[in-house]
Design a protein around this ligand. Sequence first.
Ligand SMILES: [Fe+2]
Length: 335
Amino acid sequence: MTKNTISDSGKPVRQPLAAKPDISHWDFPLDAPSSEMYLSLLDELQKYFSDIQQDNFFLPGFDAYVGKVISAFRGDAWGLFRVFLDGRVYTASTAASSLNVALVLYLYATTIGWSTQDILLLVRAALLHDVGMLFLPQELLQKEGKLTDKERILLESHPSVSYEMVRRWGEGYEATQVALQHHEEWNGTGYPSGLSGEKIHSWSRVAAVAINFVARVTQRRYRNSLVGYEAMKQLIKDQGVRFDPVAVKDFVRCLGLNPPGSILLLSDGSIARVIEMNTTNVLRPQVRTLIDSFGNVFRDDRGPLQNLTDTPKIFIARPVNFQDLLEAREQQTPG
Ligand SMILES: [Fe+2]
């Protein structure tokens, strides 16, 4: 079998994958410690949200929870992110979207170099930004299809409710603005006030990008490994229209066009899964090989770890869909 290579001109030699690699037993496992931590953080946030619904919210208890979230993010933010993007640990609750937004904003703020104190306040603001949603009727939240005018007005009231609650709890100015303005859009078409451009608080502009990314990924009940790439592509399309272009640029710098969890075809014909971004070069993330350029399959995440910054001749050819690989597996499985 010939190893696929780069031509002298530097272009990839686009040979097909080495004759039908045997992926009949191939799968990639979900990282167990990351999944457990993700579920534990989510469970606890869900309990706080139930307390808020019953007006039993105890802010000092929540302080300790935020500390736990920050320490989990510090230890394993990319692992938790891969759990979110993968979607096998799936939930579409307000608590889940709030935790996911907090995680994505943590990754953003650490990459951009925010201070420890601001990162803590941003994560806290993200966890609480949607509490107004907790008071909307379930039927409205679960409704599929177009909302009536009355339902839309009710839904669009949630940022003002969030704002009132966050203010009542004595959260800082930035947190109140994130609560109030997280659905405002750069071109003034958002709600509740139709603010535009820099009239929207800078934290709210960044939060809007993270919220949209999380919503786009979460909408996809049965996710494929292109989901992160497609959400990023849409954000780039919407920059300068719905979203602050600087916020989108920084966001892409943080998560890359193919965020961790994405599966890529590399220029040497191998297939690899993105593990972590290299924030100095988003086009060259750390990846784990799933199928090498000889067609060898590595199961159970046992493939070699490769930092694409160390292999300048190998680059990303394109993202691939996990589903396509599974279908290829089915075609190869006898009977
Ligand atoms: Fe919201």
